[in-house]
Design a protein around this ligand. Structure first.
Ligand code: ADP
Ligand code: TRP
Length: 330
């Protein structure tokens, strides 16, 4: 069966942009007849965050968020990266064949070097080997399961190309087709959701609407979305409006048509925001309760993720063994 794999870095609390751009499309695919792997990339987060308790908290948060929003842990493989030691073992086999020149060209690393040079710092200032080798670990995540399809955002395409290169190189060096060449799957349709201030919604800009807050806070956030100074009765352009774009990413065609007509007739911003809030509330009310229950039972989340990891290890184990045997490491 074809395998599809998605890694989620536990680096913050999910916002509506993450939900529309990443979570919803990924969950829609879990019924497509392929075998799906969703994992919490806690080892990846080590590179960006050195706060142990925050990492732990975000890892549980990712797990609870995805489960509450509809991830089916029985139909898919859902696990924590750090519960699958085969990934790290494979990481070294891959590091040993990965060309340094290839990693020199990785955007995340190159951007950091360029920034250092621009600021008159040593080129390697604050760059860890973790950041440098990050694409190899990503290759290990994918190749440990010989996943063929990897849904990612545009910024991650280069990492998948690096994984392809490493897979081909390993196969070539050891003269065995151990690894399948993965392919990036980029959903061109998902739009970029704007945040409260009109820039891209991102936790880096502190302009987000978190998916799971109280109903009261959700309303407050929606009311904070920046709009222009048009009067209530003036006809409004739905295309240039953050409120409308969020609504249209979540509502049915019929509902979108209705709101569009109201914009064209003239709708007060407070009224438009109330429509969006009510829609979000109706969508998120059920998941919010589920999320809270999951977050209140960390032992339960641990059990569920550990079961996922056991199933994942059953798949990664033989692939790792094959790679080790090919490399003469047994
Ligand atoms: P952030 O920008 O808040 O740090 P991440 O970089 O962690 O978000 O993104 C996690 C996932 O959510 C990625 O797949 C990314 O493409 C998607 N995503 C993030 N922000 C948005 C947005 N504003 N609109 C659509 N998708 C988004
Ligand atoms: N690096 C990815 C991100 O920042 C997360 C990730 C880690 C990943 N390992 C992966 C994604 C393997 C796809 C496949 O979004």
């Amino acid at each position: 069966m074809e395998r599809m794999l998605t890694g989620i870095t536990p680096s913050g609390v999910a916002h509506i942009g993450n939900y529309i751009g990443a979570i919803k499309p990924a969950l829609a695919e879990q019924q497509d007849g392929r075998e799906h792997f969703y994992f919490i990339a806690d080892y990846h987060s080590l590179v960006k965050c050195w706060d142990a308790s925050l990492r732990q908290q975000y890892s549980y948060d990712v797990a609870a968020t995805w489960l509450a929003l509809g991830l089916d842990a029985d139909k898919t493989l859902f696990y924590r990266q750090s519960d699958v030691p085969e990934i790290l073992e494979l990481n070294w086999l891959l590091t040993s064949v990965a060309a340094k020149g290839l990693l020199n060209r990785a955007h995340a690393y190159k951007d950091k070097v360029a920034k250092n040079v621009h600021e008159g710092q040593d080129a390697d200032n604050a760059i860890t080997m973790g950041l440098y080798c990050y694409p190899v670990l990503m290759a290990a995540d994918i190749l440990a399961f010989n996943a063929k399809y990897v849904p990612v955002g545009k910024d991650q395409i280069q990492h998948i190309e690096i994984a392809r290169d490493i897979a081909a190189r390993f196969n070539h060096i050891y003269q065995q087709e151990v690894f399948v060449q993965p392919e990036a799957v980029v959903n061109e349709k998902t739009q970029t959701i704007l945040g409260l201030d009109g820039r891209k919604m991102s936790k880096s800009y502190q302009n987000t609407i978190p998916v799971f807050t109280s109903s009261k806070q959700l309303r407050k956030n929606v009311m904070k979305i920046v709009t222009n100074s048009q009067l209530p009765e003036e006809p409004k352009d739905p295309e240039a409006c953050t409120v409308f774009s969020i609504y249209s990413a979540l509502a049915t065609d019929e509902q979108v048509k209705e709101l569009r007509a109201r914009y064209e007739q003239g709708i007060g911003w407070g009224e438009a925001k109330q429509v969006l809030y009510e829609h979000l509330e109706s969508l998120l009310q059920g998941p919010r309760e589920k999320y809270r229950a999951l977050m209140a039972d960390r032992a339960g989340l641990d059990r569920l993720l550990e079961q996922g990891a056991l199933r994942a290890r059953d798949i990664a184990g033989p692939i790792l063994q094959q790679a080790k045997r090919a490399a003469g490491v047994i």
